[in-house]
Design a protein around this ligand. Sequence first.
Ligand code: ADP
Ligand code: ASP
Ligand code: MG
Length: 460
Amino acid sequence: MGKLIVSKFGGTSMGDAACMLRSAEVSFRQGSSLIAVSATSGTTNDLIVLGKTAETKPWPEAEVILAKIEQKHVKISDDLKISAHAMERLKVLFEEMNSLAKGIHLLRDCSVKAMDTLMSLGERMSSVLFAEAMAQVLAKHNSKKVAELFDVRTVLRTDDSFGRAKPLTSEVASLCSQYLGSLRDGKTVVVTQGYIGMTDEGMTTTLGRGGSDYSAAVLAEGLSADVLEIWTDVAGIATTDPRLCPKAKPIKEISFKEASELATFGAKVLHPATLLPAVRKNIPVFVGSSFDAEARGTWVRKDVEDHPLIRAMALRKKQVLVTLSTPEMLYAHGFLFQLFKIFNDHKVSIDAITTSEISVSVTLDDSALLNKKLIADLSQFADVQVEENLALISLIGNNINHTAGLAKHIFEAISDINVRMICLGASKHNFCFLVSDEQGPEAIRRLHECFIEAGTEEMA
Ligand code: ADP
Ligand code: ASP
Ligand code: MG
């Protein structure tokens, strides 16, 4: 029996008919059994604008966006010359999109729940088109396999945290064996949607922006797949974001732990939660470019051969630093417990933290500030100071907390840039600190030059 491969293709890999056919060729060559696709590039953003426009603006403005989304998908369907049956499916989805937008407009209410159903249309439309592209590629290669469109909501059960739903792992596993148990037979190539799921009550959910990577990992876990492939627009994970630093180099192999830190601390190439299911089932993850499938790409595994001091670095923009001070923290216990309870009650996640005798500082994504109640609750028991427009820089590697002189080299490289907060010690894989948002990209370029381009052999 062959390997069971789950593949995911991102928005740019679904960009137009040529991209879809190229991606389908990659899947065919790899022998993927299940393919989860993102919405065509830009469509999720368009759907969000559609929801907000329908809620707050005159109806003709929403109609303009509806027409734009429809035309984009019709163009791809024309270029692919899809079957009448697939065109019918697409039309049903267009009608659903129109009705949803109209409902939002009439009620003047676009709740997170409504937004999730609206956004799900991006992946539902792209998967109809990609299933056709896959069928054409299979036919071209005289393959006996058939491409089958599958609604992922049948198996991807989630909780009801709309906009950021959590997959229910054991339910997903049993639904996968119930509905996709025959995948290993190798007779079908299942094409399905990333990003979306369904609650027990049958409500459509989404896993949060960029969540298709996570969906594919959850499906790979549910199916006990042998390999998870993430196909995107870059040839694997690089030493930093290539858009930020043109000298970024591709990484051949990286451990689960390092890659998780990298994803959590801002490397958009993987959704932060992607590696959790892969780690639980020890499924190796390949990251490659659907535009250049010959390029080597990156393997993410439990055990890797080399363990460089600094393997990669990430930048996470739009961070805020919240400092809470109270003399009551002096000699007292339970302060941090109360603090974390408030963040927990508001479902806000903290990235980095430092404390002194009477104060504690935490970093959050700036979206947390939209939650006025959070700040009000924190103010109940401490003075709250908020600093905005910061960027979190993380250096990712090995043995970071046991290497003499590392901090000296880091801060020498950026000696004229003010460092607002430093976090070191909790992880041997991560050293992170805050600088201003404006200086973040320059700091990354200098650190990349110092640690990646020049090498760190003498320090390790
Ligand atoms: P997709 O739509 O395929 O999911 P994304 O845009 O979400 O693609 O992720 C790919 C992008 O991630 C790349 O174009 C690149 O700019 C960015 N990126 C950030 N950090 C890294 C990194 N360390 N290595 C590679 N790409 C990175
Ligand atoms: N289409 C969704 C987004 O743009 C999910 C994804 O592409 O991973 O966020
Ligand atoms: Mg992505």
